[in-house]
Write a protein that binds this ligand. Structure first.
Ligand code: NG6
Ligand code: CA
Length: 504
């Protein structure tokens, strides 16, 4: 079934990479960008020329899996190399959640730091901040930040654009802090006299909620959670991409003489979708389409900046997404009405939140002009759980005992030097049910819950009280449950999942 179009290449063995040749690494993670949202993955109603060109000159994977179909658990796995099902408290985090990754945990950033890389986290964070939930000092210094987790520099959004606090944090403090407007944050109750989307819909000048998202209003958009103050520090949604790009380029400039690692997370294409005005009207799919264009623009800005600094040849860019796509995720941005025949999940069933494939199959493009032969695709089963071990191997640094326990080094597959698939890929749906993929089969563990998401998005969950088995070599994908027909295969998958569950 591994019918990759990769020829087996006789490139230099990795071990001969000299220290000084170690590339800069940009791990570019989009938010909720689906497999079918890029034109190099088959989108026709939107065009992403820059990403397409990186794919054309790099390696494009068709079977990469995020470890969860929502952000927090997916990112947790990608940074720590530990499956989120091993830790409670790894579900979608509030904006005032305490740090979810422990200070003593190994992260990909710590591994690369130890290898001599300058490291940064820029953009969406969504992994909690501070030692204790709801106890952060937003007007002073946050007591546990990405700095404690291996990132020398951070310029981040605490959670998501639809959650308060709507400010950036830089080096543990609110960026552009406004002493005239001290910040308070609560996910329990509103602050006296503060209007919300629910009480003051007339103040919603930019976007209205379609479900949820009716609390504090910032920039004419109501959010999840309550906040007060912020003043000059509050973000303008239309400028988030610009702000992320300029801070990424700033970091590049400060570290052009040494290897750097950037965990660069766009807000696009998460809700509320309000890309910069210069994209308005450029997509038949409205704001969601414009957000995809803005994502492509972000990639263009980065590649251009690398080129101008002579860093383009020796920078490895990995482009992916934290989870699958959703159209209506809580704001009336006409994503559903304007989608036309666009299939954000490509050929896969389900979407964000779901146990079906579109929840976890994500785009994955590897671009490194100096070392990766371009123009190829690979259908090898791969997983974002391997980010820590694979990047540590690339940086030629040791993995400490017990570090990133679920992560494996698949560097040769990622760089296209061979086409070995992972033995399995595990991901987690939003109700924490587990999904197991092998190159050919897929197992969905039994769980409670109806066939559709209940709170607004029109997405099939893939949940069922009985175990499901699918043969992914058959179309339509996940069209026929083989659990009854193939009891031996089913048992084999159950046992494998049990083995993975127990191992650590
Ligand atoms: C959901 C939000 C959704 C989005 C998601 C997290 C509501 C009704 N929906 O709870 O809008 O924020 O959480 O998305 O609140 S993620 O990509 O960061 O995981
Ligand atoms: Ca997401």
């Amino acid at each position: 079934m591994v019918k990759s179009s990769l020829p087996l290449l006789g490139l230099l063995p990795l071990a001969t990479l000299a220290q000084e040749q170690r590339p800069n690494i940009i791990l570019l993670v989009a938010d909720d960008l689906g497999y079918g949202d890029l034109s190099c993955y088959g989108a026709t109603r939107v065009s992403t020329p820059t990403v397409d060109s990186l794919a054309a000159h790099g390696l494009r994977f068709t079977n990469m899996h995020a470890c969860a179909s929502t952000s927090t658990p997916s990112r947790y796995a990608m940074l720590t190399g530990m499956y989120p099902f091993r830790r409670p408290g790894t579900d979608v985090a509030a904006g005032n959640a305490g740090a979810i990754i422990q200070k003593d945990q190994v992260t990909v950033a710590k591994l690369l730091q130890q290898a001599g890389y300058a490291t940064a986290a820029i953009g969406k964070w969504h992994l909690g901040l501070g030692t204790q939930t709801a106890m952060q000092d937003w007007n002073g210094e946050i007591d546990l930040t990405p700095r404690d987790l291996g990132f020398d520099y951070h310029y981040i959004m605490a959670a998501t654009a639809d959650r308060v606090p709507c400010v950036y944090l830089e080096q543990g403090r609110v960026a552009n802090f406004d002493p005239q407007a001290p910040i308070e944050v609560s996910y329990k109750k509103n602050f006296e006299g503060e209007p919300t989307g629910r009480t003051h819909p007339e103040l919603l000048t930019k976007l209205r909620p379609s479900h949820g998202h009716d609390q504090t209003i910032v920039n004419g958009i109501s959010r999840i959670g309550f906040m007060k103050g912020g003043g000059q520090a509050l973000w303008r949604d239309e400028s988030i991409a610009d702000s992320i790009v300029s801070h990424a380029i700033g970091f590049m400039d400060r570290h052009r003489e040494e290897p750097f690692f950037m965990y660069l997370c766009t807000n696009d294409v998460h809700v509320p979708r309000l890309p910069h005005e210069r994209f308005r009207g450029l997509s038949p799919m409205g704001l969601r389409g414009e957000a995809i264009l803005q994502f492509d623009w972000t990639v263009a800005q980065l590649t251009q900046a690398l080129k101008e600094r002579g860093l383009d040849k020796n920078t490895l860019i990995l482009i992916t997404s934290d989870n699958g796509p959703v159209l209506d995720d809580g704001y009336d941005d006409k994503a559903v009405e304007l989608a036309g025949d666009h299939a954000p999940g490509g050929p896969w069933r389900g979407g964000k939140y779901s146990a079906f494939e579109a929840g976890s199959v994500v785009p994955f493009i590897v671009y490194w002009p100096e070392s990766v032969k371009g123009g190829r695709t690979s259908d090898a089963l791969t997983s974002l759980i391997d980010v820590p071990a694979t990047l540590a191997a690339l940086a030629q640094t040791e993995m400490p005992e017990g570090a990133a326990p679920d992560s494996e080094d698949h560097l040769s597959t990622w760089l296209g030097r061979d086409r070995h698939p992972r033995r399995f890929a595990v991901s987690m749906a939003s109700n924490r049910s587990l999904v197991l993929r092998t190159q050919r089969y897929k197992y969905i563990s039994p769980s409670k819950g109806g066939p559709m998401i209940t709170w607004g998005p029109e997405i099939e969950t893939g949940y069922r009280a009985t175990p499901q088995l699918y043969d992914l070599s058959r179309k339509p994908y996940e069209g026929k449950d083989l659990a009854d027909k193939k009891p031996r295969k089913l048992r084999e998958m159950e046992e494998l999942l049990e083995e993975i569950r127990e191992g650590e």
